[in-house]
Design a protein around this ligand. Structure first.
Ligand code: SF4
Length: 303
């Protein structure tokens, strides 16, 4: 059977340099995607899938999977790789936790990823709202496994404790890039602070799996990638995802792609990471932190 595919350009919202052929994907199920969009609009919820122009929407939404983005649709930081709008943040919706839980129930999800924009304007930077969302999901659908992908909460101890005490199955915080490029790519974050956040979660809740993710193709060297993987392991990271950076737009705010790594290079990074001692490494051009996240969780549990 000939599989219908979408041209790679379709997933290149910035209309940037032609993407390599390996970005070609099956045509998405548009009816399913429309239904998902209506559900999110009706509940007033955001997804990072849409906000970050994720290239996997066809695959994930076609399978009824999405990543919820709580705490509003506007971020207080302006990272140079990210498509999520930055600026004055929205007022906090106190009903958002219930709406997230109800939508998870409607979608019959058994594994969910909850992420958020950064909220440096809030005293606890959103940790309490994350915890309330976890509780609302547990109340309505106790069997659902929960992965949270958090900003760094400025490494505030109290915020980290609040999140950790809410006991999600996986706590994820993305390091995003190698040490040398960190300040350029995410000017309001700190490489060592992110490592500290991961380390602290491992100490605070040894039952939760600790996860991180980084992009390649931003101009990093192979040695820098290896150094980053060692740093993550040392910080207690157990699950790692590695994916190709794609510039969301051609605007000056967003850094351009320096290089496209081949699928073989991604495969080598997967093997290298597994040899180094991560419980699971997902690595591929289209891999994103929340991409087939349940697989990473289940694989990590087996080791
Ligand atoms: S990879 Fe994650 S962000 Fe992208 S569409 Fe899938 S669930 Fe959404």
């Amino acid at each position: 059977m000939v599989m219908k595919t979408c041209a790679p350009e379709k997933f290149n919202p910035g209309g940037l340099a032609k993407l390599p052929a390996w970005f070609k994907q099956p045509l998405p199920d548009m009816d399913k995607i429309r239904a998902m969009k209506e559900l999110f609009r009706a509940s007033g919820l955001h997804t990072v899938c849409e906000s970050a122009h994720c290239p996997n929407m066809g695959t994930c939404w076609g399978a009824g999977v999405a990543t919820f983005m709580i705490l509003g649709g506007t971020c207080t930081r302006a990272c140079r790789f990210c498509a999520v709008p930055a600026g004055r943040p929205d007022l906090l919706d106190p009903h958002e936790p219930e709406h997230v839980a109800q939508t998870i129930e409607k979608l019959k999800l058994r594994y969910v990823v909850i992420t958020s924009v950064a909220r440096d304007d809030l005293q606890d930077q959103g940790a309490g709202h994350f915890a309330a969302t976890i509780r609302a999901i547990r109340d309505l659908t106790p069997d659902v496994k929960i992965e949270v992908l958090i900003p760094d909460f400025s490494a505030q101890e109290e915020a980290l404790k609040v999140l950790s005490d809410a006991a999600p199955e996986v706590i994820s915080h993305n390091i995003e890039t190698v040490r040398r490029l960190s300040r350029h790519i995410r000017p309001q974050a700190f490489h060592d602070r992110s490592l500290r956040v991961l380390r602290r979660f491992r100490e605070l809740n040894p039952l939760a799996l600790v996860k991180s993710s980084f992009m390649v193709g931003l101009g990093e060297s192979q040695e820098e990638i290896m150094e980053l993987m060692q740093e993550l392991l040392k910080a207690g990271c157990q699950i790692l995802t590695i994916g190709q950076y794609l510039a969301p737009t051609q605007m000056k705010r967003h850094v351009p792609v320096v290089r496209f790594l081949t699928p073989e290079e991604f495969e080598r990074l997967h093997h290298r990471g597994m040899e180094m001692g991560f419980k699971y490494v997902e690595s591929g051009p289209l891999v994103r932190s929340s991409y087939i996240a349940e697989k990473g969780y289940r694989e990590a549990l087996r080791r």
